[in-house]
Design a protein around this ligand. Sequence first.
Ligand code: DI6
Ligand code: FE
Length: 411
Amino acid sequence: MSARFRLTEVRLVSMEETTGETIVEDAVIAIDRGWIRWAGPASALPPDLLDWEPRSVEGRLVTPGLIDCHTHLVHGGSRAHEFAARLKGATYASIAQAGGGIRSTVFATRAASEETLLRDALRRLDARLDEGVTTVEVKSGYGLDWASEAKMLRTARRLAEHRSVRVVTSFLGAHALPPNHSGSPEDYLLSLRERVLPALKQAGLVDAVDAYCESIAFSAVQLRPLFDTARELGLPIRIHADQISDAGGARLAAEYGALSADHLEFTTEDDVRELARAGTVAVLLPGAYYTLRQTQLPPIDALRRHGVPMAVATDDNPGTSPLSSLLIALNMACTLFGLTTEEALAGATRHAARALGLHAELGTIAAGKRADLAVWDVDAPIELIYRMGSSPLAWSLVGGERRPRTGRDRP
Ligand code: DI6
Ligand code: FE
């Protein structure tokens, strides 16, 4: 394989801010050792790129590789029985209070071997890769002790050794109090600050710090010291905020200049203003909204009015969003939250890259970005979102390397 080549006969959807999902017909993407050197109409190709090996995509649509910027795809066990219980009228909170919920996944994750965690996570990952996902964020938070959190994060890192994908990790030790924890929440958070987080960071396992700021988890007041520690360690912050109550999570995200505030169903317009001021991305998670049959919508119009970038992700977790399909999350973002298809696609590309702090190198097709691309058998971007359950991906490229779809032998 040559290190330099140009994709030709591209129908280019760059998802750049200025052009969005406009299609540039008969385009070329020139790729140099995994990075995009140039992208635009063939008629404007700089002459020095003419002798780069041409590889035709035969008129297929090419978008940036998709980015799933909020997942818990490494975890043990299943919570199908809770799904059954909810169908009979139980609520998420009542299940948690009865000892189920996050705690039951903590027991299953602690009991699982790393190989089992890896095998199950790879299945959930593969479903995404076959939908054009090239970067995925993965959280810990179902271990809640040093060894089990480390096991989850190591497994997340290993995904990138087994598949062509970029993995970004978040430490979510502040997800719940560990089962049988005898001390106060403050004691637990202090142990994260003093021992667990610095050690995991030192081991190279943590790219960011996340927390569950919620009436049934931790309060903003309790979380501040943890975020101070994250800051001292130079780690960016993201927050599960205002999902089932207004617990001040979005305000806290803005206060700490968090990369993202995720969920936001109960966020007020005043808080949206703060998010805008802080440059924090709103990550919308319609799979959780759907699964919990929520009725309170995130403040989409306010987010638009104040210019807060909106990303969309799966939230793939065994309790509230057992969803492996980012394309279906995009469909839900449109149908349930009223996003336009262009907003939804920006939410899985440009804005998702920003939510991970990687917008300088990912999220659009432009010179200087990584050659992470998705090649599709569709006529227009809306087709990616409108149809559910059958991925139109032809193949993807990660750092310029072609990744065929699973089980497909044709090019
Ligand atoms: N993300 C989370 O981490 C929590 N809810 C959500 O949307 C808890 C998920 C769980 O019940 O396991
Ligand atoms: Fe989540």
